[in-house]
Design a protein around this ligand. Structure first.
Ligand code: KG4
Ligand code: ZN
Length: 349
C-alpha cells in the first residue's frame, strides 16, 4: 500500500502550526508563535491573530513540503482545527485547508481542537479506552469520558475562567509576560507554599464542573495587598507561586478523582493542553492514576501546547474510522457545540 500522508493545520488561537504524518507517524512539524506580538497587549488580540495566520500559512506550508521533499499532490488528507477557538483565526485556517483540498483534489476533515489535544497522546503512547480525559488549556478546562476517537462525553467543565487563564491573569498581576503559566510553574518550583493560603473554590458540590474565578480574585487581591508585583519580593513571589500551583492542581485532581468514582470502567487517565505541562499537576495526576490503578497518558511537553501534529493525528484516527467531511463543514468558535456531522465511509484516505 502506498504511504498515507496527512497534513494537519492548527490556527485556533495564536499559533500557526502545520504538521505532516506518514502512515500515522509524525514526519515533521512547523510552528509560528504570535506570543510576542500579543504579549504587548497582555492577551490575544483576535483580529491581529487572524491577520498573522493569513500571513504565515502559505510560507509554512511551502516550508514543510519542501524540506520533506513532498509534492503536495501526494497528500492524502488535510485535517484542520474547526473549533473551538477564535472565530476569525479558525476561518483563516479552515478556508486555507478547503482551498488546498480543492486545488489538490484531496479530502478535508474538520477536527475538534480539544479532542485533538487529548488524542495527541497517541503519537507517543498506545491509547487506552475507556479513559478519563482532562483537558486543561488557555481557553478550556474539560473533563471527559473518552470511549473512542469519535466519542467524547463531557463530564464537567469550567463555568468561568480556564485553568490556563488563571495562570495567565494571576501571572499578569505579578508582572509576568503573557502567557505566564510556565513561569509561574518555574517560580513555584523554587518556593515553598507553606506561608500562603489560597482558596480552592467549588469543591463542595457533587458535580464535575470547575470554577476558578474566586481563586483569581483572591490571588490578585493578595498580590496587590502584599506588593508581590515588586520583583524585590523574590522569595515571597516564589512561595506564593508554589501555593498557587498546588491550589490549581488540588482543584483539578479532586474533580478528576471524582470522575473515576463515576466511571468505574475507566482504564486510563489522559491529560492534555498547555497546563498539562505544569510540573505540579503532572506529578499529582500521575499519583492519582497510580492510586486508581489505571494507565497515565501525558503528552511530551512539546505536544502539550497548540501544535499541528495533534490535528493531523486526530484527523488520521478519524479517517481510519471512515469519517469524512464535505467542503461545507462549519467552523465553531468557543462556546458553541461542535456537532458530530461526519459523513462515514469505509474507505481509508
Ligand atoms: O493548549 P494551549 O497552548 O492553548 C490553548 O488552546 O488555549 O495552552 C496555553 C496555556 C496558557 O494559558 C499557558 O499559560 C499555559 O497553557 N501553560 C502552563 C504551563 N505551560 C503553558 N500553565 C501552567 N504551567 C505550565 N508549565
Ligand atoms: Zn489548545
Amino acid at each position: 500500500m502506498p504511504d498515507q500522508l496527512v497534513l494537519g493545520i492548527e490556527t485556533s488561537c495564536d499559533e500557526t502550526a502545520l504538521a505532516l504524518l506518514k502512515n500515522g507517524e509524525l514526519l515533521d512539524q512547523v510552528l509560528s508563535s504570535q506570543a510576542d506580538l500579543h504579549a504587548v497587549f497582555g492577551g490575544v488580540v483576535p483580529e491581529l491573530a487572524s491577520r498573522e495566520h493569513c500571513r504565515f500559512l502559505p510560507s509554512l506550508f511551502d516550508q514543510i513540503v519542501a524540506r520533506n521533499g513532498i509534492s503536495p499532490e501526494n497528500i492524502n488528507l488535510i485535517a484542520v482545527a474547526r473549533g473551538p477557538g477564535l472565530l476569525g483565526s479558525l476561518l483563516v485556517g479552515g478556508a486555507f485547508a478547503k482551498a488546498l483540498a480543492f486545488g489538490l483534489q484531496c479530502p478535508v476533515l474538520g477536527v475538534n481542537h480539544l479532542h485533538a489535544h487529548l488524542l495527541a497522546n497517541g503519537l507517543t503512547q498506545k491509547l487506552v479506552y475507556p479513559a478519563i480525559g482532562l483537558l486543561v488549556s488557555g481557553g478550556h478546562t474539560h473533563l471527559y469520558r473518552i470511549n473512542s476517537p469519535e466519542e467524547f462525553i463531557t463530564l464537567g467543565r469550567s463555568l468561568d475562567d480556564a485553568a490556563g487563564e488563571i495562570f495567565d491573569k494571576i501571572g499578569n498581576a505579578l508582572g509576568l509576560p503573557y502567557p505566564a503559566g510556565s513561569q509561574v510553574d518555574e517560580l513555584g518550583r523554587k518556593g515553598s507554599s507553606e506561608n500562603w493560603t489560597l482558596p480552592a473554590p467549588y469543591l463542595f458540590n457533587d458535580n464535575l464542573d470547575f470554577s476558578f474565578s474566586g481563586l483569581k480574585t483572591a490571588a490578585v487581591t493578595l498580590i496587590q495587598k502584599q506588593g508581590l508585583e515588586n520583583m524585590d519580593a523574590a522569595r515571597n513571589r516564589e512561595d506564593f507561586c508554589g501555593c498557587l500551583n498546588e491550589t490549581v492542581s488540588r482543584i483539578l485532581v479532586e474533580k478528576t478523582r471524582r470522575a473515576f468514582d463515576r466511571v468505574k470502567e475507566a482504564r486510563a487517565l489522559w491529560i492534555a493542553g498547555g497546563v498539562a505541562a505544569n510540573s505540579f499537576l503532572r506529578k499529582d495526576l500521575a499519583l492519582l492514576a497510580e492510586e486508581k490503578g489505571v494507565e497515565f497518558l501525558s503528552p511530551p511537553l512539546s505536544l502539550c501546547t497548540d501544535n499541528g501534529a495533534m490535528i493531523a493525528y486526530a484527523g488520521w484516527l478519524l479517517s481510519q474510522r471512515g469519517c469524512r467531511h464535505g467542503m461545507d463543514f462549519m467552523i465553531y468558535p468557543r462556546g458553541q457545540i461542535i456537532p458530530d456531522d461526519f459523513e462515514r465511509s469505509r474507505i481509508n484516505p
